[in-house]
Design a protein around this ligand. Structure first.
Ligand SMILES: Cc1ncc(COP(=O)(O)O)c(C=O)c1O
Length: 492
C-alpha cells in the first residue's frame, strides 16, 4: 500500500526517508515495493531505469517540493514523470489510467504525436514574439475558433452567432494564458460594454436616468452558486465559494450570486445596473451540474432586456468534452452567449486561454485597453490548431458521446447496489461525469489510485470523471470497473 501520508507531509516524509537512506534509489525502491505496481500497471524496465537513474530522479522533486514549493495543494506522494495516451507513469514505475486528464486539459491524451511534432517544430522556429507583432499561428487559431463555432448556427441572430450585415466575422478572439485570465478579460469587456450602452442610452424604455448620468453605475455582475471561474481577483469574485473567497476579501464590488438553475430568481438579480452574467453551462468544479435549457434561455432573454452581456465559461465543459464542440451548442440558438471563455484543453496542456467575443462587443474595445505579454504566442496557438484539427472531426465527437454513454452505463450498472446509500447519483454528459457520494469521497480517490486509476474530486462529495476525450471504450470500461471495485471495498 502507498504510505498513508498526504501532501506536503507526505513529501516531507519521502524526502526524509531519502536522506536517511542515502538518496533517491531507496525512495524508488520503497515506492515500487509499496505501491500496487504488480497489479498489471508496471512500467517497462527501461522506463523504470530511466526514472531511477535520471539526474532529477524521484527524491529530488519530493525534497524540493517539501522545502521550496508553496503549500497550496494537497498532493498524493507520487511524482509523475511521463504519459502516453490515457496513461501516466510515476517515477517509481507505476502506471495509472488517467481519468483526470490534468483536470480536463489533455483532451488528446498525453504525448500525442501530432501535438509533440507541432510543438517540437515550432520550438525551433518561434516560441514568442509578444503582441507587438503578428505571428503566423494566433490569427489562424482565431479564425478556426470563429469558423467552427459559427458553423453550428449558420442562421444565428444572437451574440457570437449574429452575422454583421457587411459579411464580417460574427465574433473575434482575444488570447490569454489561462482560464482565469480569460475570465478576467471577459469581465473587463463587459464592464466597458456596460458603460458604453448606459452612456449611449440604448437600453430602451425604462432605463433609469441615473444610468445615463453616471454610466459607471452599470457595472453589476451576476454569477451563480456552485460556479467556478478562477483564482484571480475578478474571477474569484464571481466564484461564490467561501473557502476560495474568504481569505482574500475584499473582492471586486458589484457582484451578486444567484441560485444556479433557478429561473424565477433571474429577474430580481439581473437588472439595468447589470453589465454581465457569467455562468458555466455545465458546472465542473461545483460538482457536474448541467444547466436547464429554460434557465439559459431566461438568462439570454433577461440580458437582452437590460443590456447585459451573457458570458459562458466553457473552460471545463467546452471544446468537445460534452460531446459537442461547445456545451452550449446542445441548447437551442436562443440560449446563445455574447462571450465564451475557453482554456484548459485548447492546446492540450500548453498554457493558453481565449475569449470569443461577439463582433458587436469586440468593436467597442480599443487598442491598449486590454493586453497580455505571452497570450497568443505561436507555440501555444500552433498546438491549439492541432487540437482543433482533432476535436472538430465528427468521428472524434461521436467517440466522446459513445464513450460517455458507455461510462454512464457501466457506472449505473456497477454502482446500482450502492445507489441511495453510499452513492447519491450520477450526473453529466459526454466525458464530463460526476458520481455524487453520500460523504467525502477522498477515500475512493485514494483507493482508485492504489488500483492504478487517477481521479479528481469536485464540490458536494462528487468524484469527477474527465478522461482524455480519445480514451478507448475498453479503458473507459476498465476505469468504471476500478471505481466500482473501490466503492464495493469501502462499502464492505
Ligand atoms: C469553469 C472553469 N473556469 C475557470 C477555471 C480557471 O482556469 P485556470 O485554472 O486555467 O485559471 C477553471 C479551472 O478549473 C474552470 O473549471
Amino acid at each position: 500500500m502507498i504510505p498513508a501520508v498526504q501532501g506536503k507531509r507526505g513529501l516531507l516524509a519521502l524526502a526524509a526517508a531519502a536522506a536517511a537512506a542515502g538518496g533517491r534509489r531507496r525512495i524508488a525502491r520503497c515506492a515500487v515495493a509499496s505501491t500496487p505496481a504488480a497489479r498489471g500497471y508496471r512500467a517497462t524496465a527501461a522506463q523504470q531505469a530511466s526514472a531511477s537513474t535520471s539526474a532529477n530522479g524521484p527524491a529530488e522533486p519530493a525534497a524540493a517540493a517539501a522545502s521550496c514549493v508553496m503549500d497550496t495543494y494537497v498532493r498524493p506522494p507520487i511524482v509523475l514523470s511521463h504519459g502516453k495516451g490515457s496513461y501516466v507513469y510515476d517515477t517509481a514505475g507505476n502506471k495509472y489510467l488517467d481519468f483526470t486528464a490534468g483536470i480536463a486539459v489533455t483532451a488528446l491524451g498525453h504525448s500525442h504525436p501530432d501535438i509533440a511534432a507541432a510543438v517540437a517544430d515550432q520550438a525551433t522556429k518561434l516560441v514568442h514574439c509578444s503582441n507587438l507583432f503578428h505571428n503566423e499561428w494566433a490569427p489562424r487559431l482565431a479564425r478556426r475558433i470563429v469558423e467552427v463555432t459559427a458553423a453550428a448556427y449558420p442562421q444565428g441572430t444572437r451574440g457570437i452567432y449574429a452575422r454583421p450585415a457587411d459579411g464580417a466575422s460574427p465574433a473575434r478572439v482575444f488570447f490569454a494564458n489561462s482560464g482565469t485570465e480569460a475570465n478576467e478579460g471577459a469581465l473587463k469587456f463587459a464592464r466597458k460594454h456596460g458603460k458604453h450602452v448606459a452612456a449611449a442610452g440604448v437600453l430602451g424604455k425604462g432605463t433609469s436616468e441615473a444610468l445615463r448620468v453616471d454610466p459607471n453605475l452599470k457595472h453589476g455582475i451576476v454569477s451563480f452558486t456552485g460556479g467556478f471561474h478562477g483564482r484571480t481577483m475578478g474571477a474569484l469574485s464571481v466564484t461564490a465559494t467561501p473557502k476560495y473567497q474568504t481569505p482574500f476579501t475584499p473582492l471586486i464590488p458589484g457582484v451578486q450570486t444567484a441560485k444556479f438553475n433557478q429561473t424565477e430568481e433571474i429577474g430580481a438579480f439581473v437588472d439595468e445596473r447589470t453589465c454581465a452574467v457569467i455562468v458555466e453551462p455545465i458546472q465542473g468544479e461545483g460538482g457536474i451540474h448541467v444547466a436547464r435549457p429554460e434557465f439559459l434561455r431566461a438568462l439570454r432573454h433577461r440580458c437582452d432586456q437590460v443590456g447585459a452581456l451573457l458570458i459562458y465559461d466553457e473552460i471545463q465543459c467546452g471544446l468537445g468534452r460534452s460531446g459537442s464542440l461547445w456545451a452550449h451548442q446542445q441548447y437551442p440558438e436562443d440560449c446563445s452567449p455574447d462571450i465564451v471563455t475557453m482554456a484548459k484543453p485548447l492546446a492540450n496542456g500548453i498554457p493558453i486561454g481565449a475569449i470569443l467575443v461577439s463582433d458587436r462587443v469586440a468593436g467597442i474595445i480599443k487598442p491598449g485597453e486590454h493586453g497580455t505579454t505571452c497570450g497568443g504566442n505561436p507555440l501555444a496557438c500552433r498546438a491549439g490548431c492541432t487540437v482543433l484539427d482533432h476535436i472538430t472531426r465528427p468521428e472524434f465527437l461521436e467517440h466522446v458521446r459513445a464513450a460517455g454513454h458507455v461510462l454512464e452505463r457501466e457506472l449505473a450498472r456497477a454502482l446500482a447496489p450502492f445507489m441511495g446509500k453510499d452513492v447519491v447519483g450520477l450526473r453529466g454528459t459526454g466525458l464530463l461525469r460526476g458520481i455524487q457520494f453520500s460523504s467525502d469521497p477522498a477515500k475512493v480517490v485514494e483507493l482508485a489510485r492504489e488500483r492504478g486509476l487517477l481521479l479528481v474530486g469536485a464540490g458536494g462529495n462528487v468524484v469527477r470523471l474527465v478522461p482524455p476525450l480519445n480514451t478507448s471504450v475498453a479503458d473507459i470500461e476498465r476505469g468504471a470497473a476500478i471505481i466500482a471495485d473501490c466503492v464495493k471495498h469501502l462499502a464492505a
